[in-house]
Design a protein around this ligand. Sequence first.
Ligand code: IPM
Ligand code: MG
Length: 353
Amino acid sequence: MKATIATLAGDGIGPEVMAEALALLSAMGSKYGHEFVTNEALIGGIAIDETGDAFPAETQRICEQSDAILLAAVGGYKWSDPSAKVRPEQGLLKMRKHFNLFANLRPVKAYPALSQNVPLRPDLLENVDMLFVRELTGGLYFGERKEMGDGDDAYDTMYYSRPEVERVAHVAFRAAQGRRKKLTSVDKANVLASMRLWRKTVTQVHEDYGDVELEHVLVDACTMHMLMRPASFDVILAENMFGDILSDEASVFAGSLGMLPSASLGEGRFGLYEPVHGSAPDIAGQGKANPVGMFLSVAMLLRYSLALEEEALAIERAVDAVLADGARTGDIARKGEPILSTKEFAQAVIAKL
Ligand code: IPM
Ligand code: MG
């Protein structure tokens, strides 16, 4: 098949992991006979420097003409002044909103080969395999907001409408049907009105999915249950900010934040794919970044936007295989283990395909 992919490398370690993603796409194209046309565009801090806008019009145009977007990371010290008018993260938030990518899928699993890296008892990690479905275009991130300005107060609002909760709940229930048929809906219904609407709506949507077991968990309790019984979770549906926080917590099970991929989807096949990790400015430009989150994001792109399931599985299996062989970047290496550079690790995965 022929597909067009917008590639947005962004800042920090972004360009390093994107370079490897492009190598992976080209290897996949040759092996499976696909033509992946990639078009680079600016996002984040580098876009601010060059155009004054974190999500420039030209980038929007390139993305609109693509089948999917692959993004690496945005942000860095240079642009981190909290009083700045334009910030790199705005690029990401604008894109999610512009393309109506309301469902953010973040799979997390524990790798037996990395269990020594996880500060939890190994027996708790057995069979840890969860999928976060984070609502991505509403909630606390997109409700009415007052910036500080010159005044002494500011606020953010957690707002949801019923249709916003319904559509993401359907995504989560359908995902659960294809997995272990359990859905945990996270809220704070004991305190927040928007979260009472959330719980009520999810309960109603559940009526269409009799084969899925639904549990409601308060977000504070959820952070604790995730550490006490991580293997008992299957699909976890959460409000935008709750999903942001919980998915970082869950990254511990995978051994490193550098391991996690994500897909942000709307109603159709179009999607935005990015590793969950950030731009890691402390290690940028040193070849130390872990490319796994990025590679697994490429796999998700092939699966969800291009319906190339076999190709997606091939990438996931190759990653598992090199980890089992002992390949390690610095973030997942134990004391004394040899450390591969971003490129060396990526090449090992590509060689396995
Ligand atoms: C994420 C990130 C973003 C978010 C930031 C960079 C805006 O933390 O994708 O999880 O909060 O959504
Ligand atoms: Mg986050």
